[in-house]
Design a protein around this ligand. Structure first.
Ligand code: GDP
Ligand code: MN
Length: 382
């Protein structure tokens, strides 16, 4: 789960990493209130999960309420690389002497944590890595040993941070590493990490990606979830514990297994259609799960046909078919269904479906046939 900057800063603050005081705003009036509370000058920041907001005009300094009004009005609703700004973070503006970079992430190939620090922060770190790779100091950290103060200092020295920033940077690195490990993140990144004219070091931006596999020990993550940008379909799917991602097309998709669900999206594309969603119902495919999946897809006004693509493995074909039939009895579907059932006991499963076939429930022997039929039905605008 990726956090917005303001959530990342809240997370940082829990681990003692210094950030600027501020607050969120969803309207221009709220932005002014937050600015008054934070104290002028302030910086008004678009909250979207994409980098380069500054260059895109999504980050503006404001000296007074009128300027906050102007900038907040411009930034709310702005489209930054396909992400529409719905929320702002308004914080007390910092004076900047230097902009640095610091991060921890997992180096999967090395099977170790990787710490990176650079004196060339603020700008695109990918660009620095490309044009001046020597400007990024890197260090591998064995998770058993953890990050020691000596190692943190070595990293800061190698990066060549200004002398007056080094103690502050070491302190932040140690806290950032704790945030990364104890906070169960895959990535923690501060860009820029700034040095102020007063010699203080603090985080001006926050990028945090949490490891969902650890969510069971972080009930407090729920507060981040409520604020995620989900559309209505995705909200319903989450309530029903389905692996669902909304897309823009007209063919609703249900498949068992993430790989098959992706292939199903691909094959729909291949025959000239557009998937309305990705939906992986996992291994079970029983009536409850199937009914939930159909219900979510049924709420999507763009859907014109539904393609159910199931490959029976441990779950046998007849169980899947019975699940589908029962589910159909529970959900009042707006669109016709095309089913491709294969794998263990596919014959038995298809025999069950046959008794229920109509122009609203069509069974097809192969994935490609089923995709063609589903796309054709979607085109007819049922
Ligand atoms: P990003 O462009 O999405 O990475 O957004 P950042 O939060 O990193 O901000 C981009 C740039 O805006 C920073 O590198 C700073 O140069 C500038 N900026 C952000 N906050 C402040 C601030 O409080 N004061 C000043 N002077 N500049 C800021
Ligand atoms: Mn940044």
């Amino acid at each position: 789960m990726d956090l917005f900057e303001y959530q990342g800063k809240q997370y940082f603050a829990r681990f003692g990493i210094p950030v600027s005081p501020g607050g969120v705003a969803d309207t221009v009036d709220e932005a002014v209130k937050q600015a008054d509370a934070a104290g002028y000058p302030v910086v008004v920041k678009a909250q979207v999960q994409v980098g380069g907001r500054g260059k895109a005009g999504g980050i503006k300094l404001a000296d007074n309420a009128d300027e906050v009004r102007e900038h907040a009005g411009n930034i709310l609703g702005m489209d930054i690389k396909g992400h529409v700004v719905r929320r702002l973070w308004v914080e007390h503006a910092s004076d900047i002497s230097k902009e640095y970079y610091a991060s921890f992430t997992l180096d999967r190939a090395a099977k170790l944590h990787l710490g990176m620090v650079s004196a060339k922060g603020g700008v695109d770190i990918e660009q620095v890595a490309e044009e001046d790779p020597g400007a990024i100091a890197r260090i591998h950290i064995d998770p058993v040993d953890g990050l020691t103060e000596a190692t943190a200092r070595q990293l800061v020295d190698e990066a060549g941070l200004d002398a007056e920033a080094r103690d502050g940077a070491v302190d932040i690195l140690l806290k950032l590493y704790t945030c990364y490990v104890e906070g169960d993140a895959d990535l923690v990144e501060i860009n820029p990490l700034i040095l102020t004219p007063e010699g203080k070091v603090h985080a001006l931006d926050a990028k945090v990606s949490l490891d969902e596999n650890a969510s069971f020990r972080h009930p407090e993550w729920d507060e981040f979830r409520g604020l995620e940008v989900l559309d209505e379909r995705e909200k319903l799917a989450r309530e029903k514990h389905l692996q669902y991602i909304g897309l823009d097309g007209t063919v609703g998709i249900i498949a068992n297994g993430a790989g098959l669900a992706m292939s199903t999206c691909d094959v729909v594309n291949q025959v000239g259609g557009e998937p309305a969603n990705f939906l992986d119902i996992g291994g079970g495919a029983n009536a409850d799960v199937m009914a939930n999946a159909l219900e979510v897809i049924n709420t999507d006004p763009k859907v014109r046909s539904i393609f159910i693509n199931i490959f029976g493995g441990i779950t046998k074909g007849e169980e899947v078919a019975n699940g589908i039939v029962q589910a159909l009895g529970r959900v009042d579907l707006k669109s016709p269904i095309v089913i491709r059932l294969d794998g263990t006991n596919a014959e038995e499963g298809r025999a069950i479906l046959k008794d229920h076939e109509s122009d609203r429930l069509i069974s097809r022997p192969t994935m490609l046939d089923a995709a063609r039929t589903a796309v054709e039905l979607a085109g007819k605008g049922n």
